[in-house]
Design a protein around this ligand. Structure first.
Ligand SMILES: [Zn+2]
Ligand SMILES: [Zn+2]
Length: 345
């Protein structure tokens, strides 16, 4: 079968034949119909700022497809079933995994980093990684549920404990944050405020229902502007990883406000006036990936028409175009949200 392979030290994927395997006990083979290119794939391939455990490696952790072969012991699925494949890998045996909180698993990993992923004709996976995808949801929109939409959903719904009266601020409106805007819009009746340094990303945020936007590069203090515009934020979710944004924005938080950190930053998080955290009883939590609740929740929201992911699909391309898509995403050519690779094209 054909796959896009990352060799050690390379900044480009090689399209080549790799061995095709049959599913073992508890596994299925999925013919891949769509796999989203994530920002982390750009870091992995083009910049080498993220690394795989072993090389060569087939990236791709945001995929959907059709079951083409069943291994022994698989009872809940049939050949021809449309499925989404989870982005994260886990042991499947610990108490967290068995209770459906896979992102708490000590052996958590990511497809395409810790084992081969979906930029290939097919992927053999344990059936516990699958979610049935209803006919109403196109493969490409189903694929991005695996990470681009479920990661912000987990952050906002389960880590941020969003209430429908919450004013929500989203910092960073790239591939993940833009879906943070979409999810916040679906889950609150109050204001959603989007913040970014990129005008194109803020335009996308307006299309996804943000009430207000703040271009961080054009204001002196983003937190001060946020306070003025919002009249108080209940839930602040950061996808940017720039801790300065979070520090500045604390002053805009209401009493009992929550901060959820999703974007991975390298600088320390410090507060000029730490007393504000105590006085306002502000909680700061991290959120990584999602668990067994998020994708089914999102599928239901999609069917209930509470979330529309069509604007996220920037383009659908064959495997041979993957390097061009990564370059365009890296340089934000045409203000992209998600490029989708369909290996069957
Ligand atoms: Zn990702
Ligand atoms: Zn586990």
């Amino acid at each position: 079968m054909k796959a896009a392979v990352l060799d050690s030290g390379k900044t480009i994927l090689a399209i080549r034949d790799v061995p095709d395997t049959n599913p073992g006990y508890g596994e299925v083979k999925v013919a891949i119909k769509a796999c989203g290119i994530c920002g982390s794939d750009v870091h992995l391939v083009a910049h080498g700022t993220l690394k795989c455990r072993h090389y060569p490696r087939v990236p791709g952790h945001e995929s959907s497809g059709v079951i083409s072969q069943l291994g022994e012991g698989v009872e809940d699925y049939a050949i021809g079933d449309r499925v989404v494949i989870a982005a994260g890998t886990c042991c499947g045996k610990c108490a967290h995994c068995l209770s459906g909180r896979e992102n708490f698993c000590k052996e958590i990993g990511v497809f395409g980093f810790d084992r081969d992923g979906s930029f290939a004709d097919s992927l053999v996976v344990e059936s516990r990684y699958l979610y049935k995808l209803p006919e109403e949801i196109p493969f490409e929109e189903g694929a991005i549920l695996a990470d681009a939409v479920s990661t912000p959903y987990n952050a906002i719904k389960y880590r941020g404990n969003i209430q429908e009266s919450d004013t929500v601020a989203i910092i960073g409106c790239g591939g993940l944050g833009i879906h943070g805007v979409a999810v916040a819009r679906a889950l609150t009746k109050a204001k959603v405020i989007a913040m970014d340094i990129d005008a194109g990303s803020l335009e996308n945020a307006l299309a996804y229902g943000a009430d207000e936007i703040i271009n961080i590069s054009q204001v002196r203090n983003a937190g001060k502007t946020l306070k003025e515009i919002s009249k108080g934020v209940d839930l602040l979710v950061d996808f940017s990883g720039y801790m300065k944004n979070v520090e500045d924005s604390v002053r805009a938080l209401n009493t009992g406000g929550r901060i959820v950190l999703v974007g991975i930053g390298r600088q320390p998080l410090s507060f000029q006036i730490p007393f504000i955290l105590i006085e306002k009883m502000i909680s700061i939590v991290g959120s990584y990936g999602s668990d067994h609740r998020s994708i089914p929740d999102l599928i239901q929201m999609y069917l209930d028409k509470k979330i529309n992911l069509k604007p996220s699909i920037t383009g659908i391309h064959p495997l041979s175009a993957i390097n061009d898509c990564i370059t365009d995403l890296d340089h934000r050519v045409g203000n992209p949200i998600r490029y989708i690779i369909n290996p069957s094209l």
